[in-house]
Design a protein around this ligand. Structure first.
Ligand code: FAD
Ligand code: SF4
Length: 517
């Protein structure tokens, strides 16, 4: 084996060709990218997610080689005998007789701990460098976030707007407002459905990866397909971003929360579908924001501030915020369970066989595309788990596996915190819980549902209704003093006791029979 002075590890979500590491080539440095059982098996992943990661890693290795870097790209066949990432690194350091091992700061706590604990024989120096991806540098996270402390996203976001001078004018927010939620978040009406743009889909032959997964008996979920539609190169990520700006940005905010079953593009709507490309670092948040701002400046007449601000809030606000909460609160965060929820995740999460039309659509499209948009994740599947008292461990397990963009640093705070309120309010000022009313307001799912959204009890009543009021009743000790919940508690207390009892009984029946909803 050829000798190298330095071995540099690249994890599957560290595919940033703009990183300073790649500014120069060197005959002393060898980069390694490896398919590993440790990574295919730490969650039950969607098959398209595994294929997308492996495909993007392979493309990236090729790109580095074309630029003149030395690279070892190892498939599952090559790493079959390596029990873990550590074992692989130890072997490679020995094979190449390296003097130094370097890696980029992992985004996930488990990998951070694993690499931090790595011990190499023979005085090999170990060095960790920043990924240079996020806007908020890692060492500054403690200035904004502390373990167990709730920091509101809105405060953090405003600081980030000021700090990076984004959508600011003379120290004030452009347009005079920080937040345009009131103008956004509309339902899609019948007349809007034909205008929904077709999503930009790529086509990558992953048959050889599928063969490899089959040969190694890797367990996966979701729809298998020979060709995946996700961006797996930087060029594709940039193309997807341009496509978003040209076709979706104009209505992004307006229909950000809308859901429909009545469009061939029901699964993509006006969303960017950039999360996978962002999370594996094919593009950076800074350049994403920059591109959107350039589009805005060029086409002010058609693209309004409410749309642009709505999108930038997601990247500059929510995405950076979730990372801050994660790092400030790990490892405790992964075991928070504020409501002591402990029910089993129903089997229909794995096959979408449920008569609840909203759940059927959200789950089926997740299984088909390894993608669902935010409100489907939060207010359909997440809301159901919250109301039904599903164990947050099982909820995390599902979310971490099913979405192509699911990497723990962003999945965990969104799932356990934002959607399950298992952190007791570190992220959300109140639980994102709702009855069928909200779903009916934001979607057309209820029109074709087996259940009746206006009914609370009885065989055909929408399960979300009784489950919602039961949740309110059951957790009153924990929630009734929350000012943002006071109106809801007043409504509950105003209901006559007979109705309340019927609702609670109905909810108990539903919870006992979750599998058959
Ligand atoms: P768009 O709607 O086009 O939004 C643009 C971008 O903003 C996204 O690509 C994403 O990078 C960022 N963004 C928006 N909302 C959030 C958020 N709440 N947190 C972090 N970034 C955000 N996002 C992930 O990237 N990985 C996950 O594993 C993940 N799990 C989630 C689980 C639950 C229960 C919930 C409620 C949300 C989760 N999200 C996750 C956040 C969000 O739903 C996805 O980022 C978004 O749906 C991805 O689709 P998009 O790229 O089309 O997003
Ligand atoms: Fe979902 Fe209830 Fe509407 Fe059916 S009626 S789609 S279960 S909210």
């Amino acid at each position: 084996m050829r000798k190298f002075h330095t071995l540099r590890l690249l994890l599957g979500d560290q595919l940033d060709i703009q990183h300073q590491w790649f500014k120069q080539t060197s005959d002393d440095v060898c980069y390694v990218l490896a398919q590993l059982r440790q990574e295919t098996d730490y969650a039950l992943h969607h098959i398209q997610k595994v294929c997308a990661f492996f495909s993007a890693m392979e493309q990236f290795a090729g790109q580095l080689q074309n630029k003149g870097h030395h690279v070892r790209y190892l498939t599952l066949n090559d790493t079959n005998a390596d029990a873990s990432l550590d074992a692989l690194i130890i072997r490679l350091c020995r094979e190449h007789q390296v003097k130094r091992f370097e890696y980029q700061q992992p985004d996930e706590y488990r990998l951070h701990k694993q690499l931090q604990a790595l011990e190499l024989q023979g005085h090999i120096e170990i060095n960790c460098v920043d990924t240079q991806h996020f806007l908020l540098p890692m060492p500054e996270i403690p200035q904004h976030f502390a373990a167990g402390k709730s920091v509101r996203m809105e405060h953090f976001y405003r600081k980030m707007r000021k700090r990076f001078d984004i959508l600011m004018e003379d120290g004030k927010p452009v347009g005079g407002k920080w937040n345009y939620d009131q103008q956004n978040r509309q339902r899609l009406k019948q007349k809007d459905l034909d205008a929904i743009p077709a999503p930009l889909e790529f086509s990558h032959d992953v048959s050889s990866i599928l063969q490899l997964l089959h040969d190694h008996e890797v367990n996966t979920i979701g729809q298998s397909t020979d060709s995946i539609n996700l961006p797996v190169t930087r060029a594709e990520a940039i193309e997807l971003l341009s496509y978003f700006c040209a076709h979706c940005l104009e209505h992004f905010g307006t229909f950000q929360d809308a859901m429909t079953a009545n469009s061939p593009y029901h699964w993509s709507l006006y969303h960017s579908r950039l999360s996978f490309a962002l999370n594996i670092k094919l593009i950076s948040p800074a350049e994403t924001i920059d591109t959107v701002l350039k589009y805005y400046a060029a086409g002010q007449s058609t693209i309004g501030i409410a749309q642009v601000e709505g999108f930038i809030r997601q990247i500059l606000g929510w995405r950076e915020y979730m990372r801050g909460v994660y790092w400030a609160n790990m490892p405790d965060y992964q075991s928070f369970n504020h409501f002591e929820a402990n029910h089993e995740l129903p089997g229909f999460f794995w096959d979408a066989h449920t008569r609840m039309n909203c759940m059927h659509h959200a789950i089926a499209q997740s299984l088909d595309y390894a993608y669902a948009h935010h409100i489907q994740r939060l207010m359909i599947t997440g809301n159901f788990c919250l109301l039904a008292g599903i164990s947050p461990d099982q909820v995390d397990h599902w979310y971490l596996g099913i979405y192509a963009d699911a990497i723990e640093w962003v999945q965990l705070p969104n799932t356990r915190g934002m959607s399950q309120y298992a952190d007791g309010g570190i992220i959300a000022s109140k639980p994102y819980a709702s009855s069928g009313n909200y779903i009916n307001k934001m979607s057309d799912y209820c029109n074709d549902c087996h259940y009746r959204v206006r009914e609370k009890v009885g065989d055909s009543a929408c399960p979300f209704n009784a489950l919602y009021w039961n949740f309110i009743h059951q957790h009153s000790e924990l929630l009734k003093n929350n000012q943002r919940m006071s109106m809801i508690y007043r409504s509950w207390e105003k209901m006559n006791s007979e109705d309340r009892e019927q609702i609670i009984n109905k909810a108990q029946q539903l919870i006992e029979d979750l599998e058959n909803l």
